[in-house]
Design a protein around this ligand. Structure first.
Ligand code: ZN
Length: 414
């Protein structure tokens, strides 16, 4: 019988990633060995509860190291299961298995109004030089990429002290190319491991992409493509991050790494990370919505969900401030009951007396500048006004809108 200890362990689920699902099956079988799954579940009630709480069904289960590996991708150690059994219950997870993009077991606690500094330490044998040994350089670059995200409430710093938040270690042999823990109890995932058997499989820039992906897990991001049946570290429920979608082929958090070098985060990756770790809470995405039958548009600086009253979420037109900052101007929003049109403008005199004010969408800019993007105003005699960051906007072209002008400028996502 498995020994159960009450000691609090550091986080234990290792989500395996990237190449984990791409492992050669025969190779993995050599390492893991097949075990009949029902008997595994029956022998371990904590595993059974974990699977039930997370609505994990029809998953491939193998014993691996000191835990289980699910669908060849998600590693759950015995200690992890025990720790989670104390904090999870069906009421938290029962019906929250949703087919959506960015999900997470939990996030890092970021109390207060300043950044939370997260420290990481390299184990002494962590590869830092020699053929294929650029993992340390890659990791440092990857942490820096996260620190560089605009308005993020996290910063990352290397430490030599053993009280680090994250340890970077190695393993070798079979298994994924790298693995990372997820946050637990408000702390970041506490371990990233890289498989030195893959040292020469990727160059520095590709290793950086792998490390960015692992750090994504450390801060709580799940695989964007977890629904993909053929590549399935899936069945892990989570909470959708506002404004993200069911899939994003550009996401660094897709679970199969195709070898693309990492240059910068995909648009939805940025939106996801910025939405879960905002430093300045008054810097908000300007969400746009389109009516599903009339195709008329509406905009909000507070999240309205993926749909309401026949309006469907469309996307984000950059960021606006909720309060006035130096050099910013109000972006007014109006509604015309007669035409059922909405409109945003810097000039409240743009509209006639039959339009009603809906207040201020947020604060933006009348002039271009660093970190600002133009919002283009399109007009259709039958559908009213449409605002887009794109000129030409394919949507506007498709629906016969005509470009009027640059209406105003907002903050770029980046
Ligand atoms: Zn992953």
């Amino acid at each position: 019988m498995k020994e159960i200890t009450t000691k609090i362990f550091s986080l234990l689920v290792i989500v395996s990633l990237m190449v984990a699902c791409g492992l050669d099956e025969s190779m993995e079988n050599d390492i893991i060995g097949e075990i009949e799954e029902k008997s595994i579940i029956n022998q371990d009630p904590i595993l059974r509860d974990f699977l039930k709480n997370h609505s994990i069904e029809n998953v491939k289960i193998d014993r691996w190291e000191d835990g289980y590996i699910l669908d060849n991708c998600l590693y759950v150690s015995d200690d992890e299961l025990l720790e989670r059994s104390k904090i999870e219950s069906p009421r938290h997870f029962g019906n929250e298995r949703i087919n959506q993009a960015y999900t997470s077991f939990g996030l890092i606690n970021t109390p207060g109004t300043s950044k939370r500094n997260i420290t990481f330490r390299f184990a002494t044998n962590f590869p830092s030089s020699g053929s294929g040994g650029e993992w340390k350089t890659a990791a440092l670059a990857a942490f820096q990429h996260f620190s560089n995200i605009r308005n993020i409430k996290l910063s990352f710093q290397e430490t030599l002290n053993s009280n680090q938040d994250i340890i970077l270690e190695t393993f070798s042999g079979g298994g994924p190319i790298a693995a990372a823990n997820l946050p637990l109890n408000g702390a970041p995932g506490n371990r990233i491991r890289v498989n030195t058997s893959y040292n020469n499989s990727y160059n520095l820039n590709q290793k950086t992409a792998v490390m960015v992906h692992e750090i994504g897990h450390i801060i709580g991001l799940h695989h964007t493509d977890w629904q993909t049946p053929s590549a399935n570290p899936n069945n892990v429920p989570g909470i959708l991050i506002n404004g993200t979608w069911n899939e994003d082929s550009y996401s660094i958090m897709n679970h199969i790494y195709n070898g693309q070098p990492f240059n910068w985060f995909a648009w939805l990756d940025l939106l996801a990370i910025r939405n879960i770790y905002p430093l300045d809470l008054n810097e908000k995405p300007a969400y746009s919505y389109v009516h599903s039958t009339t195709l008329k548009w509406n905009w909000f600086s507070t999240w309205q969900g993926y749909g309401f009253s026949n309006f469907q979420y469309h996307g984000v037109n950059g960021y606006v401030y909720l309060d006035q900052r130096p050099n910013t101007v109000p972006i007014y929003k109006f509604y015309s009951p007669g035409s059922d049109w909405y409109y945003t403008t810097l000039n409240p005199n743009d509209v006639n007396f039959s339009w009603t004010s809906q207040g201020i969408l947020g604060y933006g800019f009348s002039q271009p500048g660093p970190g600002r993007i133009p919002i283009y105003e399109y007009y259709s005699p039958s559908m009213g006004f449409f605002f887009s960051t794109q000129n030409p906007s394919q949507y506007a072209i498709n629906y016969g809108f005509t470009l009027s002008r640059i209406a105003y400028y907002v903050l770029s996502l980046e």
